[in-house]
Design a binder for this molecule. Structure first.
Ligand code: SF4
Length: 443
């Protein structure tokens, strides 16, 4: 094996993985590698993997198997991300042609692992259980010129019984506020208009470092003060950690968008307890009511799992009723599937697949109805849109509102990267269609 000249990273899963890919790409470019046009032509091929769903894992396993059978030999093949943490060096037994396995907590060590694999010509793995806050975030190479993700906390301490994240990403480790502020300032100076703060549970930010005296809402206030900061979003939250101070920050900080991903997961308190979500349905509903009282124009998003072990029809109906009552703007709906290494894996997955799918379809139909009613209500309203690019039709511009709604409208290239006020006059599927209300608010 020789020092690779080109690389290709295939990314699976969530925004955290996408950001890790941007950081790894930056490290590789600093080392002198250039991006390859596709997997086939790359000297170094990295699979940045996800373990949340079985399908994502199966795709990677299939791909790795195929590469082993292929005639072309890549200089190096590596697996990073959650699968690397879940399977560690056992991957080498199944895929002898794999060169390295690098865990989610070892992104910093990519260069060292490459050196070792090249020097020793042996398989190398590094999968620490805990993240050490020494990552050079500023090296990230981003494709998007307007929107950027910024990591503020890694890992999760919540241990929901169905989730692998605490095992694949380890304990919560907050990033120092000055480091977050420095990166955000650089992004704003480089022309970025929207920053999404990322973490498995951003609301836990700073709790592991009380000496910083900087919780999530304090960090948001610091970021909002950055001159030129246009929009801030965050992803994702655990309902238990959504505080009054955070709700007030959403109300008071001009750059902070009025959209909260507030994942309930299930509408039955018994199922929530079995999921170890550490709140009841009633506590959740109270929190939503308080948030809506403090921020009346807030939009909510959620994740819901149907068919969790032992879920009865009546308990599913509670989930259905919560969806109907809260009327989320965005809902990610899933049928339960057991994940290896989680406590729920030990339980009988007793809800037949057809029952899960039928419940899922009912929820999807309801969400579709709610979405259409919401879009209907928006007709005639004027909304702020951050213009991102031309739509696929090549005629309209496309952007998102502060509440994450997709909007298209007629305009010209000069509007890309600006905020525009757009009056909604119709909608097509989930996209609002409008026309310009007035001139740009900012350049
Ligand atoms: S809060 Fe629960 S679902 Fe979210 S990452 Fe942590 S353990 Fe997983």
């Amino acid at each position: 094996m020789q020092e690779p000249k080109t690389y290709f990273i295939r990314t699976y899963g969530c925004q955290m993985n996408e950001l890790d890919t941007e950081i790894m790409a930056g490290q590789l470019q600093k080392r002198g590698l250039s991006p390859a046009a596709d997997e086939e032509s790359a000297d170094l091929l990295i699979f940045n993997t996800c373990s949340i769903r079985d399908l994502a894992e199966r795709k990677v396993m299939g791909k790795l198997g195929q590469l082993g059978r292929a005639h072309k030999r890549h200089a190096l093949i590596g697996v990073t991300g959650c699968m690397a943490m879940a399977k560690k060096d056992s991957l080498f037994r199944k895929f002898p042609h794999l060169d390295f396995v690098l865990g989610t907590n070892n992104i910093t060590d990519l260069g060292v692992v490459l050196d070792e694999a090249l020097y020793t010509q042996k398989q190398v793995f590094k999968t620490d259980d805990r993240f050490e806050e020494n990552l050079d975030y500023l090296v990230a190479v981003r494709d998007h010129k307007l929107k950027a993700s910024v990591s503020i906390i890694r890992g999760c301490d919540k241990f929901c019984t169905y989730c692998v994240v605490p095992y694949t990403r380890g304990q919560e480790v907050s990033r120092p506020p000055e480091s977050v502020v420095e990166e955000c300032k650089k992004l704003v100076d480089a022309g970025y208009k929207e920053i999404t703060l990322l973490g498995q549970n951003v609301n836990s930010y700073g709790k592991d470092r009380p000496e910083w005296n900087c919780l999530f809402h304090d960090l948001l206030a610091q970021l909002d003060r950055i001159p030129g900061m246009c929009r801030i979003r965050f992803m994702t939250s655990h309902p238990i950690d959504i505080t009054i101070e955070l709700m007030q920050a959403i109300r008071d900080l001009p750059s902070l968008c009025e959209f909260v991903h507030f994942p309930i997961q299930a509408g039955s308190s018994r199922i929530l307890k079995k999921m170890h979500r550490i709140y009841t349905k009633e506590q959740y509903l109270e929190k939503v009511a308080l948030l809506r009282q403090i921020v009346p124009n807030v939009s909510l998003g959620t994740d819901i799992i149907v068919g969790f072990p032992t879920e009865t029809e009546a308990e599913f109906q509670e989930t259905y009723d919560v969806l109907k009552e809260i009327r989320y703007s965005v809902a990610f709906l899933f049928a339960y599937s057991p994940r290896k290494g989680t406590p729920a894996m030990r339980w009988n997955d007793d809800i037949p697949e057809e029952v899960k799918q039928e419940r899922l379809q009912r929820l999807m139909a309801l969400q579709e109805e709610i979405g259409n009613e919401e879009r209907q209500q928006m007709l005639g309203q004027t909304v702020e849109v951050l213009v991102e690019r031309f739509n696929r039709d090549g005629k309209n511009l496309k952007g998102r509102t502060r509440c994450w709604k997709k909007v298209i409208f007629e305009g010209d290239e000069s509007m890309v990267g600006t905020l525009q006020m757009v009056t909604v006059h119709s909608y097509s599927h989930q996209t609002l269609v409008g026309s310009i209300k007035k001139l740009a608010l900012i350049d």
